[in-house]
Design a protein around this ligand. Structure first.
Ligand code: NAD
Length: 718
């Protein structure tokens, strides 16, 4: 028995090692656990009374992979240590797991639950693998999703079991295998009922008199072919390389490193292959992407999901009945996700037809789910039964929460607020889904402004993972806690921001397309701008995005800001482009079939050829790197301003909101992570240079300059 393993020897001389990490709900790989594992392997190898061993887990999951905080710490260390030391630390995983397969005694993994990353890798190092027959179990190597590669033999052993072609998608995309698929691919030897798992694993150990992995036998060949001269394999690598470039545009270093590790590693004996893998792992851990992605995409997103920003002293609540005002695009989506989460929904519009149309949006989505086998007919019907379409405010009598999603008009919103508050219980919370109107202003129409809050969804509601909660001047903690509890119920990720024009996400996101418009007016090639946006890691080009959300909407937002801000409004070169497209050219965006792109019926969209006439190309075109930098920095500086103005109050909210709200380049870990990575002082200096060239929209705020002087970062060392 060690801290993390129990050790039981049976009468056949087979040791059962049960991994059960203390003080953790899930098994993960930690340094302590690795040390204990090595001493257990040594003990088993050295004791003649022990014939072999079975590794299993004492928790519902087998092993969920490496502890992400351990990886983040490793990455931090990497910044200050010599590269040889980092390699040695990385190679530890391979050294210990290799010991399992070369210690002379047979090992079997009894996979009782999910095995991810190092969890699957430890089992691949065992001579035998048996998995429980449970469709909920997933087996996979998802390291690529955190900017890393499976660094405990995964890139080498999976390929030697499945073959190069079959293994690559699982390594490059981090896709999971079901137990059945794993057996089909030969990754696991057998699938048995859960109660026979240990017995079956022990049987395999008892029968194995050699304890040798296939790749340690003479004449071993990788299934499907191997080597740089094998035409089949060469073709696979050529196609994979091309596809990778197309899909990732070289933004992510991890898939490229995985492909190289597989290419080089599959041609040499396993010991050399494992060193190659560790070398590529080291190269990744030395870069900023992995640490940034782990922090934002996993650690901080996880914290947000656990409602880290929820006021602690407010009792937990559950929304049972939700009222949705306005059954348009947003209201319909909100009704759907809420009913799916088990809530009764009252969906209200001005006419019964409009309300019913909103409800029928759910019909369409549920039918699709039934067709695809994602839900059953009974469950789909039950969801639909929970949505009541109505025009009668009396139906809102018992609701716990109202979400208003009527037209973006102060007067109409004030009118429905009054009507709803006349009937809803006194304790109910009233939320607006407005995208632009200040919450504090809207709350003036409420008799209970302290219970008034913003719950800002993104479109399409059922697909977008983020919800922005906006706290008005008078909003109290109960309203905030209830709004957050609701977001958790519908399983989305919340960020909490303070009231301001455009709140946080709309304000910052808007800078991406408007900076591209400014570039157009400077004569930068539109195709260059679009490609540079993608190469910076943004999911859609900035002009394409402008078309998607509608150029007209951007123009309206600009007009409203101008009217509200008066002299304080700072004009941007994008303003004239917006005026031209909306007022003169009538090219308002994708919905109208024409914007910066043309959308031929039945054909593929393409940049509008007329752009060449409207914006003659400048003789000297900027480099791709310069455009990438401008597009990212323009967003990052706005995010920094929001932080300085306390619109967003935690770096984690800023970064999680940027990536999950508007698709900011994920490999950066978010705009504030990007600034930290560049270095605040360097970022400030570069922005000052950009401001000199392009205008005050790039001027760094005073607090950022102070941070630079004091050598501070947004995220302090982990
Ligand atoms: P929409 O035009 O699709 O729907 C608005 C609905 O409200 C219509 O069905 C309309 O009949 C109904 N309505 C109008 N006046 C009403 C009244 N007095 N009583 C009851 N119902 C009334 O608009 P949408 O895109 O769903 O936007 C709704 C709100 O959500 C707006 O405030 C908008 O700013 C905000 N929002 C929109 C998006 C988006 O991408 N469309 C994203 C986030 C937030």
């Amino acid at each position: 028995m060690t801290d993390n393993f129990t050790f039981e020897l049976d009468e056949d001389g087979i040791a059962l090692l049960t991994l059960d990490l203390k003080d953790r709900s899930m098994n993960v790989i930690t340094m302590e656990m690795m040390t204990e594992l090595e001493s257990l392997i040594d003990r088993i190898a050295g004791d003649d009374a022990i014939k072999g061993a079975v590794i299993t887990s004492g928790k519902p999951t087998f092993l969920a992979g490496a502890d992400l905080t351990m990886l983040a710490a490793l990455s931090k260390r990497a910044a200050s240590e010599p590269v040889e030391k980092v390699f040695e630390a990385a190679f530890e995983f391979n050294r210990v797991f290799r010991k399992i397969e070369t210690c002379g005694k047979p090992f079997a993994a009894a996979l009782n639950g999910l095995a991810m990353g190092g969890g699957l890798e430890i089992s691949l190092a065992c001579h035998h693998r048996v998995v429980a027959d449970d469709p909920k179990i997933q087996l996979g190597l998802p390291e690529v999703k955190v900017g890393l590669l499976p660094g405990a033999g995964g890139t080498q052993r999976l390929v030697r079991l499945m073959g190069v072609q079959a293994a690559l998608p699982y390594l490059l995309q981090g896709r999971s295998l079901s137990p059945q698929e794993a057996v089909g691919f030969g990754v696991v030897d057998a699938m048995v009922p859960a109660d026979q798992l240990i017995g079956e694993a022990k049987k395999r150990v008892l029968e194995d008199k050699e304890a040798v992995q296939p790749w340690d036998r003479k004449g071993f060949k990788v299934p499907g072919g191997q080597g740089s001269m094998n035409p089949k394999v060469v073709q696979v690598f050529m196609a994979s390389e091309a596809m990778l470039r197309k899909e990732t545009r070289d933004v992510y270093p991890a898939p490229q490193a995985i492909l190289s590790a597989v290419y080089e590693g599959h041609q040499v004996p396993i010991d050399a292959a494992l060193r190659i893998e560790s070398r590529y792992f080291t190269s990744l851990i030395l870069r900023p992407e992995a640490a940034n992605m782990i922090r934002t995409l996993f650690v901080n997103k996880g914290e947000a999901d656990k409602l880290v920003r929820r006021p602690k002293d407010v009792e937990k609540s559950e929304i049972r009945t939700l009222g949705v005002l306005g059954a348009g695009m947003m209201g319909a989506g909100i009704a759907y996700v809420s009913a799916r989460a088990g809530m009764e929904v009252v969906l209200l519009d001005t006419t019964q037809d409009a309300a019913a149309r909103g409800r029928s949006y759910s019909v369409g989505l549920l039918e699709k789910d039934v067709r695809r086998g994602k839900t059953t007919r009974e469950k789909a019907d039950a969801v639909l039964d929970r949505i009541k379409a109505t025009t009668d405010y009396g139906d809102l009598k018992g609701v716990d929460l109202i979400i208003e999603a009527v037209f973006e008009d102060m007067g109409i919103k004030a009118d429905v607020t009054g009507k709803a508050e006349a009937v809803i219980p006194e304790g109910s919370i009233f939320a607006s889904n407005t995208s632009t109107l200040p919450i504090t202003e809207l709350a003036k129409a409420s008799v209970r402004p302290d219970q008034f809050i913003g719950i800002h969804f993104f479109s399409p509601v059922e697909k977008m993972p983020l919800v922005e909660i906006i706290v008005g001047k008078q909003t109290n903690d109960v309203a905030l806690a209830r709004a957050l509890d609701y977001v958790k119920q519908i399983r989305k990720t919340p960020i909490v921001v303070n009231d301001s024009r455009g709140f946080y996400t709309s304000r910052c996101f808007g800078t991406y397309p408007t900076e591209a418009m400014a570039m157009l007016s400077e004569g930068v090639s539109p195709a260059l701008i679009e490609h540079a946006g993608l190469m910076a890691g943004m999911q859609v080009g900035p002009l394409a995005v402008a078309d998607e959300v509608s150029i007209e909407l951007a123009w309206k937002v600009k007009e409203a800001a101008k009217a509200a801000m008066g002299k304080a409004y700072e004009p941007s070169p994008a303003d004239e482009v917006l005026d031209l497209f909306v007022k003169e050219l009538g090219r308002t965006g994708k919905k109208s079939g024409k914007g910066f792109y043309d959308y031929p019926e039945g054909g593929k969209k393409h940049l509008w050829p007329g752009l060449a006439e409207e914006f003659p190309l400048a003789e000297n075109q900027p480099s791709v790197e310069d455009i990438k930098k401008r597009l990212l920095y323009r967003q990052a500086i706005e995010v920094a301003r929001c932080y300085g103005e306390k619109v967003v109050t935690a770096p984690a909210d800023a970064d999680v909101g940027a990536i999950f709200g508007w698709g900011f380049a994920p490999q950066t870990g978010g705009p504030l992570s990007l600034i930290d990575t560049v270095g605040v002082a360097q970022f400030v200096a570069e922005c000052e240079a950009l401001a000199d060239q392009y205008g005050p929209r790039y001027s760094p705020p005073a607090f950022l300059k102070d941070m630079a002087k004091a050598d501070k970062a947004f995220y302090t060392a982990a």
